[in-house]
Design a protein around this ligand. Structure first.
Ligand code: CA
Length: 644
């Protein structure tokens, strides 16, 4: 995968065998020495042995050494010398197993972390266009599973033996919930080893999203039942993947190669100082991530590192897709090489990311994998903030509303999201909020969503931005369902935040990355308190799955089969999916009308006999009633779905 003429990097830093363990490290050319230390524990404990690695013959920057004897269960660090001084101990840049808090590499036989049946584990067959993504944080999902948060609710629920752990997803209650909801891909928030949680004090119940990478190629210890035993986290992560696969659900990893927890004392810097990060013209570190640093994907070693890391998660952990955090920090060439490698393994694996950065990058803007450049990254999808903000309001003000608040002017952005960000003759791109031209070549290049872990969740945002909802749950729910109807009938790939189906809130907290469980945890009573919400989400997802018309998967088919219908008034979008028998849908014409107004509206449609399957509060594919008409009355803050 290396660029022609470029060197191929070896990232295999530790190779165990019962007779001897071989170590290897890449450094910068000017490294003077590399000291390997062997320990008896992952933290503290004795140094058992120190070994000076030797330069590989003919290379300035590759170091190796072999330690005889069976080192299984021991730990190791490297320490690289530059300019006469040692940089400090590091487990290397590509440790595959670590001790507690990720400070030392662990010598284990990775094959022994495979659960029973791992060789037979299979990726569920799901076409690219058929993905339905559920974004979840391990702790949010299961931490409150044993607590009845609402004393008024006394119904017994299955609890968990593994609150906040990978293993919670191996339990029947969890996979049953996901299967019943109908999602087929779980996107887990950062699950590699991150720095912000002290794994030696998990009893403190600290919370973090985990966007502070430490070891990119090891599961996070805080989500394992024993972070001191290196094999446990690796095995439990695999058990999680295996259980989800058995439930027919894919696992997508949130990967954060764009920055590291810190530069100094970080593994990249201690190993190859300066090489992995971008600098400003004045020599200071660039901060396009907004987290204090920004990696340099255009450097050959970083590019190959990212490719190898992604490949490793696919092969070792059977991961099915990747979400790139701040993808706009990475260069286009790197993202193309990653996507090409992923799709050479399986063309149905989803690769998507945030098509933006969180500050200016020290690299030419036109070479970055920004949303506006997605046509140059054709195998990768990007989140549509156009659709998101047209529905809920802009990112820079939680109290600002848009379509869901009944405000005019967002109709073209909604239409942009419905077609999947592609070229469509009926979308007026001049009036789209952000993208003034289509960014996607195919609708599968757009992620459709209204909320994710960032910013307020949907309930909080609606309460903050739409007057009158604070004490009116009925109206709140109507708008919530309307929002998700727009998302799940979009030709893009639909994506939802975990817990929206339970009508979750986060008590109005905008950035809950380190908020306590009381803010972030899902309240599972939501299923009992708001069964109508869960049912609507479930039926909406089923509707999408049962009808090809909602996931045509190609721009040409969308242009052929999707036409917007004229409407009289603002904050109203109507479209027809027509002649769907040609694509194998059992309904030939489907009409969807979204009404963001707080009053009912009448929309003129082609005269026919229609079966109403969605009225804004309930979805029933069998239909509630039929009517022969050319005029449809759409209730306030509701979506009508019907077919003929
Ligand atoms: Ca950690």
């Amino acid at each position: 995968m290396a660029t022609a003429g470029a060197r191929n990097y070896n990232f295999n830093e530790m190779t165990y065998s019962p007779k001897a363990t071989t170590f290897f490290l890449n450094t910068n050319d000017d490294a003077q020495a590399v000291t390997l230390s062997i320990y008896d524990a992952g933290i503290d404990g004795k140094v058992l042995k120190k070994v000076e690695l030797k330069r590989v013959k003919g290379s300035k920057s590759e170091w190796t050494g072999k330690v005889k004897g069976d080192l299984k269960g021991k730990f190791y660090t490297f320490n690289v010398k530059y300019n006469g001084a040692y940089m400090g101990e590091t487990p290397g840049i590509f440790a595959k197993a670590v001790g507690v808090n990720g400070r030392r590499g662990a010598i284990i036989d990775l094959a022994t972390t495979n659960p029973d049946g791992w060789d037979d584990d299979k990726r569920p067959a799901i076409a690219l266009k058929d993905h339905i993504i559920y974004e979840m944080h391990h702790r949010d999902f299961s931490i409150a599973r044993n607590i009845n948060l609402d004393p008024k609710v006394t119904v017994k629920r299955a609890s968990t033996n593994y609150p906040g752990k990978f293993m919670a997803l191996t339990e029947d209650w969890a996979t049953s919930h996901l299967k019943e909801l109908g999602v087929n891909a779980v996107h887990v928030l950062p699950s590699y080893d991150y720095a912000s949680i002290d794994e030696t004090h998990l009893d403190l119940n600290r919370y973090n999203w985990g966007y502070d990478p430490l070891n990119y190629n090891v599961p996070e210890g805080g989500y394992s039942t024993n972070p001191y035993d290196p094999a446990t986290r690796n095995r439990e992560f695999k058990l999680m993947v295996q259980a989800l696969h058995r439930a027919g659900i894919r696992v997508i990893l949130d990967v954060v190669y764009n920055h590291t927890f810190n530069i100094d004392n970080g593994n990249f810097q201690r190993t190859c100082p300066g090489t992995f990060y971008r600098k400003n013209a004045d020599g200071s570190w660039s901060n396009g991530s907004g987290c204090g640093n920004e990696t340099a994907s255009e450097q050959e070693i970083m590019r190959q590192y990212m490719i190898e890391s992604v490949k490793y998660w696919i092969n070792e952990y059977h991961i099915d897709g990747f979400r790139f955090d701040l993808m706009g920090v990475h260069d286009i060439e790197t993202m193309n090489q990653i996507a090409s490698m992923v799709h050479s393994i399986d063309p149905t694996m989803l690769v998507y990311g945030e098509g933006w950065s969180a500050g200016s990058c020290a690299y030419p803007q036109e070479k970055l994998a920004m949303k506006a450049h997605m046509k140059q990254v054709p195998e990768v999808a990007a989140f549509s903030d156009d659709l998101r903000d047209a529905l809920r309001g802009p990112w820079d003000g939680d109290d600002k509303a848009a379509f869901l608040g009944g405000l005019p002017g967002f109709e073209e952005s909604i239409k942009f999201g419905i077609v999947g960000a592609i070229e469509h003759p009926q979308v007026n791109y001049k009036k789209v909020n952000y993208s003034k031209e289509p960014y996607a070549l195919e609708p599968t290049q757009m992620i459709a969503y209204v909320s994710c872990h960032d910013d307020m969740c949907l309930v909080d945002r609606l309460r903050a931005s739409v007057p009158g909802l604070k004490n009116n749950e009925k109206e709140l729910i109507k708008l919530d369902l309307l929002a998700q109807t727009a998302v799940f009938t979009s030709q893009g790939i639909p994506f939802m935040l975990s817990g929206e189906e339970l009508l979750r809130d986060k008590k109005g907290v905008h950035n809950s990355f380190e908020s306590p469980d009381s803010i972030n945890r899902l309240d599972w009573n939501g299923r009992i308190k708001h069964p109508e919400v869960f049912d609507y989400y479930k039926n909406l997802i089923a509707l999408r799955k049962h009808h090809e018309g909602f996931r045509l998967g190609s721009a040409e088919l969308v242009r052929r089969h999707l036409e917007f219908l004229p409407v009289d008034g603002d904050c109203l979008v109507a479209y027809r999916l027509k002649n769907l028998s040609q694509v194998g849908d059992k309904w030939n014409n489907i009409i969807v009308i979204l009404n963001g107004n707080n009053v009912k509206k009448t929309v003129n449609v082609p005269r026919s006999t229609y079966t109403i399957v969605g009225d804004g509060t309930v979805i029933d594919e069998k239909g509630f009633y039929t009517l022969t008409t050319g005029d449809i009355i759409v209730p306030a803050r509701s979506a009508i779905i019907m077919h003929d």
